[in-house]
Every structure is written in C-alpha cells, then in structure tokens.
Design a protein around this ligand. Sequence first.
Ligand SMILES: [Zn+2]
Ligand SMILES: [Zn+2]
Length: 213
Amino acid sequence: MLQYRTIPVTAFAQNCSIVWCDETMDAAVIDPGGDIDRLIEAARLLGVILKAIWLTHAHIDHAGGTAALAERLALPIIGPHPGDQFWIDALPQQSQMFGFPPAGHFTPTRWLADGDTVQIGHCTLNVRHCPGHTPGHVVFHSPQAQRAFVGDVLFAGSIGRTDFPQGNHAQLIASIRERLWPMGDETVFIPGHGPESSFGEERRFNPFVGEGR
Ligand SMILES: [Zn+2]
Ligand SMILES: [Zn+2]
C-alpha cells in the first residue's frame, strides 16, 4: 500500500511529498523544491530508501532542489511532461527572481505523458497530463490509496494561477473537470500549497471550478 508524508519546503511552503511502498520501503520524492537536507533527514527518520524524483511541473518552488538531490543520491528524475522544458531552462532566472538558492539545470531521465504510469516498490500510480497552470503539468494518482498529488492544478478552495507564460485558464478548468473529477469524489488530493481536500468537496464548493452556487 502507498504511504506518504508531506513536508512543506522553501519560502513558498510548497508541499513536497515523500511517497513509499510499505512492503519494500522504496520511496519517491514528489517536487523537491528545496531544503534537500531536511528531505534526506525525513526519509532517514521514516526508514525509507529514496529511489526516484517525480516532478509535477518545473516551477522553482517545486523543482528547485531537483538537480542537487538527484546528484547527491544518484536518483532518476521522472517528469514532468515535455511542455515544461522552457520552465526547466528558466530555473536560473526563477531562482534569482524569487531569491532562491541557485537551482542547477537538469534533464529528466524520463519525460511523462498522459496515460503513463510510475512505479515505486509494489505501488503503481497513474499519470495524467493536466495543463493550464503550466503546459507540462502532470499529476500522480493512486486509485488504490485514493490519493492524488496534484501540484498547482487545484487547491482547497482555489485553483492554480494561469497568468504565467503559456498559462491557460480554460485549459486548467478542463484539466480539473475532465481529468481530476473522474478520479472520484472520495479521492483526497495533496495540493502544492495548503491543506488537503477531496475532489468531491471541491467539485461542490470550490468557487472557481465547483458546481455549487
Ligand atoms: Zn507552480
Ligand atoms: Zn507552487
């Protein structure tokens, strides 16, 4: 069964999640935006073995620690979708603009596409391409655990910004309605910032994309 622990990192309190298979204790880090030492220490305390980095998208608060962590532990970098190549290329400017430590450049070991799966230990998660906040944004879904790691697509009571280059509001709404809602009302999602919620809760009450009113 999939287990996870969420650790806010960087000045943006980005929800980095360590996810692991409790049969093998193999773990992946989703969105290591920074604070690499804390993440390595958290993995040690959890008793898990870090095997991979999974990226939802390439904004600095989500991807800024990727190169350093990958180098330090020789981890493969899985994701995001190739639509975010320009954001990876812009990481040095992003770190300067937001006062982050310099972010190293990296090349994903494996790009992701809609319908792909990623594996950690005996756990398989489905990959959905959810563009709108960034063109290459992906989310990771475990139907078994009824959890989805959605980065900056959807938040409790809000949705991702679309005022960045190549952001697209209509596309973001479509991503949420056509790719997140079908995962089921009971599915709990871990957003890139702030508290967890369920798709059912947001589908009804979210003021930006909900059906309530
Ligand atoms: Zn973002
Ligand atoms: Zn973010």
